[in-house]
Structure formats: C-alpha cells, structure tokens
Write a protein of this length. Structure first.
Length: 121
C-alpha cells in the first residue's frame, strides 16, 4: 500500500511542536517561527456584542483563521452571543494585536484573549 508511513502527530504545546520540528531536521533557527503555526486552538468567547463579533470574524478571516458566529449576527436580532475563534497560536496572537487597535470594548476582548493565550502557550 503506502510507502510513506503517513500518520497524525499530536501536538498540544509549543514544546511538542518544537520537538517534532527538530526531529525532522529543520533549521534550529526556524523552530521558533514554525512552532506557533503547528498548534490549532478553538476558543469560546461568551456574551460578545454582535457588532464586535462581526469585527472579530473579519479580523480573524484576514489572518487565515475562522470565527463561528450566530446565523443572526448580521441581522443584529440579538444584543450579544457566544462565538468560537479558531486558528493557530500564531493567528490568535496576531488577532490580539489587530483587536487592540479597535475601540475600547474590543480592546478589553484583546486583553482577555492575550491573557488566555499566555496561559495556554
């Protein structure tokens, strides 16, 4: 059948990513760049104002990630809803920077997301 021994590598932490990247002989200087791209996370944010949810979605899409929002978000039927932010650690870190450039309510979300990322990385 296959001569390539294809398998899934379970990478949960930056250390896991660094070890696996190092194992295949990558340039040691590139490990720090690649490791955050090897970890995918889904983060739930609750009670997000729908206008903010749309902005967060647009910012994350621009980074190559995704945000699941309520089907009614663009109709603004509700005041707020929960969202799921999906992306690599690299994308999530970049999202923090993008969100920090918006108005105060989104800057608060940026700070909360930054704190969470510092705990899981």
């Amino acid at each position: 059948m296959s001569n390539h021994n294809i398998s899934v590598v379970d990478i949960q932490t930056l250390n896991d990513a660094s070890v696996e990247i190092q194992k295949i002989g990558s340039d040691p200087e590139s490990i720090e760049i690649m490791a955050p791209k090897a970890i995918f996370r889904v983060i739930k944010l609750e009670n997000i104002v729908l206008q903010d949810a749309v902005i967060i979605k647009q910012d994350m899409l621009s980074l190559g990630g995704e945000v699941a929002i309520s089907k009614d978000a663009f109709k603004l039927k509700e005041q707020s809803a929960d969202i799921l932010v999906m992306g690599t650690l690299k994308q999530l870190r970049e999202l923090v920077g993008k969100l920090n450039r918006h108005y105060p309510r989104i800057k608060i979300i940026s700070k909360e997301l930054s704190l969470l990322l510092s705990d899981i990385c």
